[in-house]
Design a protein around this ligand. Structure first.
Ligand SMILES: [Zn+2]
Length: 418
């Protein structure tokens, strides 16, 4: 690859996936910003607004050089409408005409704008905090002068999705604004007015008292059902777990094709014809699916996984994140979030969904919400940003006889024609 010292284009860090950990060098590389913004990627690639000497994902406390700035604009309720898209596109076009060198692209639920910047060295907590202050002042400026509501993604370690990626298996070809090959440095300096507005909205970033973590540890009101204990990612599929809990898994069965299968007691055994036995076969899923039950008995033959799940008391409901509570984790390490969801079916209240940091459920939550998982548990930093992004997001909660089993991406809402 090229000699970095001879490169004049700003270098950013590109990660093949946003879940790539900081200590992994596979899938992480420094790329010139114009190339990062134009080359189609075979993965759901994200970029960071700068790079570290080691070329990998950088984290807080590591030296980094910031070479770019990215701003996200979310559609209200994360539901893109043609009117919002057209209005935002027009605003971004005007913004980029006034601040040349920028490049914008529409995303699934919003829009993003990127500029190069004069390099900024992050060497300590103070320089990292100065980055946040400058970023938030720019957010205030965009609101004041352009009526653009940017997300306050002020942590310098943030990841942003690139435009030409494969998302959920689909190659993205977004509408773009400006020329990424001609990307240039943002010409902007904060005014006292914008700094004051940002300082008012983010006092702890500006007065230097931002401290980790666990601000606002409100307790959930006791009147709400609280029986849910986190959620798990079923490693062999939810059907396996359900049958295992009932004691209905009997013995492994070799299908001869490498898949994992078990002799089980059929969940509908009491409806089999008398004297025909109760045996069925379960094929486990390792890809996140529920698994598969095959039963040759009368009435069972045509049943699909969804039928078996319903039969076994598994329900799925979509809820919108209304608010959250932060508690110390039971193990004393990290935090536990309790999410209050407004059910989309307007039925009975949904029990709180409790998720502890550092668990598979924690990863599942952010993945399902399509919000970047916070890189720390600082309520004034990444965690606070992530929670604000989480508000209003829709989640599909799979419950098993009242207990949260899985947190999944909610299917797109059906639109009713006006
Ligand atoms: Zn059966």
């Amino acid at each position: 690859m090229g000699e970095e010292a001879q490169s004049h284009a700003p270098l950013v860090t590109v990660l093949a996936e946003r879940t790539l950990p900081a200590d992994r060098s596979e899938g992480a590389c420094k790329v010139e910003l114009p190339a990062a913004l134009t080359q189609p990627r075979a993965t759901d690639a994200h970029f960071m607004q700068g790079h570290a000497p080691h070329g990998r994902r950088f984290v807080k406390g590591e030296p980094a050089t910031m070479t770019a700035i990215a701003l996200d604009f979310d559609a209200p309720d994360h539901a893109m409408t043609p009117a919002w898209a057209a209005e935002t596109q027009a605003k971004i076009e005007a913004l980029l005409a006034a601040h040349r060198g920028g490049f914008g692209y529409m995303t699934k639920n919003g829009a993003r704008v990127v500029w190069a910047i004069e390099p900024v060295a992050i060497s300590d907590a103070e320089s990292a905090c100065n980055w946040s202050r400058r970023y938030l002042s720019f957010v205030a400026y965009l609101r004041r002068c352009w009526q653009l509501e940017a997300d306050a993604l002020h942590d310098h370690t943030r990841l942003f999705r690139l435009p030409f990626v494969v998302r959920d298996g689909v190659a993205q070809r977004p509408l773009t604004i400006g020329d990424p090959r001609a990307i240039g440095a943002l010409d902007w300096a904060p005014t006292a007015e914008d700094e004051a507005a940002a300082a008012e909205a983010w006092p702890r970033i500006f007065d230097g008292t931002s401290t980790p973590p666990l601000c606002g540890t409100d307790q959930p009101p006791a009147s709400r059902p609280q029986r849910i204990e986190g959620s798990v990612t079923a490693t062999r599929g939810v059907l396996y777990d359900l049958l295992a809990r009932r004691g209905d898994i009997r013995s492994p069965h070799d299908l001869g094709d490498g898949s994992e299968a078990f002799h089980v007691r059929c969940p509908r055994a009491d409806r089999h014809s008398p004297g025909t036995g109760d045996d069925a076969l379960l094929i486990a899923s390792h890809g996140g699916g529920p698994g598969w039950i095959t039963c040759r008995h009368n009435g069972c033959a045509g049943l699909e996984p969804a039928d078996w799940l319903a039969l076994l008391g598994v329900t799925q409901r979509v809820g919108k994140v209304a608010r959250w509570f932060i508690n110390a984790a039971p193990r004393g390490v990290g935090i536990r979030l309790a999410l209050d969801l407004l059910p989309e079916d307007r039925g009975a209240p949904m029990p709180y969904v409790r998720v502890s940091s550092g668990t598979p459920a924690w990863s599942a939550l952010w993945r399902a919400a399509d919000v970047e998982a916070p890189s720390d548990l600082d309520h004034d930093g990444d965690l606070g940003d992530a929670l604000r992004e989480l508000r209003g997001r829709r989640l599909l909660i799979e419950s098993d006889n009242g207990r949260t089993r899985r947190i999944l991406t909610a299917p797109a809402r059906e639109r009713v024609a006006a």
